[in-house]
Write a protein that binds this ligand. Structure first.
Ligand SMILES: *Cc1c(COP(=O)(O)O)cnc(C)c1O
Length: 485
């Protein structure tokens, strides 16, 4: 077999402790069904504190806004409200949810393309509107004037930045106003001064490249200068999200896996995937072509450390001085909108093993009471092993090769196309814990296909007596979080 190719998840102390409470997790899945999402609100508060420490390290003011779209949980949002951090909402439903979870409108930013109802509620309550396009500015100003709404704080979302002298172009975005149109939009903003107030500029780039983000941040600083040259007084730069998560515990496992995957695609070792899937790689006359289209699951720098790194980068148009220094000197506020990174280690998805089937000499077939959409990792290109939580204790037999199938009657319902090595043979009734799913995986793709109910979600926390839990919607950041006293 050539040795097991594990991709072990990185487990922080809190998530690690929860997984050790495997009796509790079995009881929960028995009572509430499989799949089951478990979220850890206190971890989110800890992650906010880590981002804040980077702000403090650079002496920067400004707010951290969680990108709500990454998870629907009420418990997470309510716990976040209690930290004083903000939230970035991208739909009418998310805005209503944020208001109901206790966020003051001054701590809510509405981003993405918006319809009239969404704009109205944002304007009515006083949330900040991150303008997605010049047309949206027209729509918002018309709405404010027609309904006598209070003047709306707005951020101008920009895209299409170009580095000064360096060959770094930020990737094309569907969202925001292109930098060359800045002048025209500022003219319009001045005309609408009775309806909107420009408080800052913004970008969000869906990339792992810090070089691209540095170009965009520098572009925002230049745009702010232009605004101030006109007598406008914006003072915030909102740099969006995309700080990333390192999912795996071990760099060598990741490097070995990707090397062996390439070998498998070339046919110089046995396949590592269902049907020889190459995750973007293919063989062409003995040569490897294509590019590995998965998330870089092991990342040496991610989350708040990525932010720290970005802020320390030099700004070419400003004599090579660090971006953080420039923000500080101008007394600009720095806003961030992390989604995935703030939800790092904040959740786990449990799935029950329904059936195992030996199929010749190939990997063991394992069918789970969950669909690929419920687990979500594959959809997001995250290659990471689940943790096996056996129902009955037993000896560790050594690695077992498996294919993990979902519960839908669809050939394509594979939890992952990867051959997964488990440390022992799973049995019906065991649980697989897919960890670190709170960011995008847990409920982003959940459907009611085949009339199966959407997974339930619980919030879990620790007190002196150990792990406690309640249904997600029953959680409030008070003592006890689920209790009615
Ligand atoms: C999705 C999104 C984010 C969060 O992105 P992550 O990669 O999860 O950090 C932030 N801002 C905006 C505008 C978004 O659309």
């Amino acid at each position: 077999m050539g040795g097991a190719l594990y991709l072990e998840p990185r487990l922080g102390p809190r998530l690690g402790s929860l997984l050790e409470s495997d009796r509790l997790l079995h009881t929960l899945a028995d009572a509430l069904g499989s799949p089951l999402g478990v979220v850890l609100p206190d971890q989110l508060a800890e992650n906010v504190e880590r981002f804040r420490s980077v702000y403090r390290g650079h002496h920067l003011a400004g707010q951290i806004f969680l990108a709500h779209k990454a998870n629907r949980s009420s418990a997470l949002l309510r716990r976040l409200a209690a930290t004083g951090a903000g939230v970035d909402v991208a739909s009418l439903g998310e805005l209503q949810h944020a208001l109901g979870c206790g966020f003051a409108p001054s701590l809510i930013t509405a981003t993405g393309p918006k319809d009239t109802r969404f704009l109205w509620l944002a304007a009515r309550t006083g949330a900040t509107v991150s303008l997605d396009s010049p047309a949206e500015l027209d729509q918002l100003a018309t709405l404010v004037r027609a309904h006598g709404l209070p003047r709306v704080p707005v951020l101008l979302r920009l895209s299409g930045f170009e580095g000064a002298g360096v060959k770094v172009l930020t990737r094309r975005s569907r969202f925001g106003t292109a930098v060359p149109e800045l002048d025209t939009v500022l003219d319009t903003l001045e005309r609408y001064a009775d309806a909107v107030e420009l408080t800052g500029v913004a970008y969000h780039l869906d990339t792992t490249s810090a070089a691209e983000k540095a170009v965009a941040l520098e572009g925002c600083l230049l745009a702010l200068e232009e605004c101030r040259g006109r007598g406008l007084t914006p003072r915030a730069v909102d740099i969006g999200g995309g700080f990333g998560v390192s999912y795996l515990a071990d760099r060598t496992q990741w490097e070995r896996y990707t090397t062996e995957l390439a070998q498998a695609v070339l046919g110089t070792r046995p396949p590592l995937t269902w049907g020889g899937h190459g995750y973007g790689l293919r063989e062409d006359g003995g040569t490897l072509r294509g590019a590995l289209g998965v998330y870089p699951a092991y990342r040496p720098v991610a989350g708040e450390r990525y932010l720290d790194d970005l802020l320390s980068r030099p700004a070419t148009a400003f004599g090579g001085r660090p971006l953080a220094t420039l923000l500080l000197e101008h007394l600009y506020d720095l806003h961030t909108e992390p989604g995935r990174a703030l939800l790092d280690q904040c959740g786990v998805t449990l799935a029950r093993v329904l059936e195992t089937r030996d199929v010749g000499t190939g990997p063991l077939w394992v069918r789970l009471a969950a669909t690929a959409g419920d687990i979500g990792l594959e959809e997001h290109g995250i290659l990471m092993d689940p943790v096996l939580l056996p129902r009955e204790p037993g000896p560790t037999t050594g690695p077992v090769e498996t294919y993990l199938f979902g519960s839908l009657c669809l050939e394509s319902d594979l939890i992952t196309r990867r051959t997964v090595y488990l440390p022992r043979r799973p049995a019906p009734g065991d649980l697989l814990a897919f960890v670190n799913t709170a960011g995008y995986c847990m409920d982003f793709h959940a459907t009611q296909a085949q009339r199966q109910p959407v997974a339930r979600k619980v919030a879990a926390w620790q007190d002196r007596a150990g792990w406690r839990w309640c249904l997600d919607e029953e959680y409030w950041p008070i003592t006890p979080p689920g209790g009615q006293q």
